[in-house]
Write a protein that binds this ligand. Structure first.
Ligand SMILES: [Zn+2]
Ligand SMILES: [Zn+2]
Length: 80
């Protein structure tokens, strides 16, 4: 059986998500430097969103534990 996996496809697709909107500012995401044991990305690749090891580009803490406010680009509130 080939070991090419579903995760591999997901990792490839998330490389297109290069920025996060945090606290109303757009930041470039921080790629993994040595590869990631959590989401299996290779060195230089961006983490799968939600990965425990991803660093927040605003405060350099872990995204899952910092207090920054991430805005989901598909979840913009439109008021009229
Ligand atoms: Zn990761
Ligand atoms: Zn943060």
């Amino acid at each position: 059986m080939p070991s090419c996996s579903f995760a591999e496809l997901e990792i490839r697709s998330v490389q297109r998500i290069q920025t996060y909107t945090i606290n109303d500012h757009v930041y470039n995401r921080i790629p993994s430097t040595i590869g990631c044991f959590e989401c299996r990305v290779r060195p230089g690749q961006l983490h799968v969103p939600g990965c425990d090891s991803e660093l927040c580009p605003a405060c350099k803490g872990r995204t899952n534990y910092c207090n920054c406010i991430f805005t989901d680009p598909g979840d913009e509130e439109l008021t009229d």
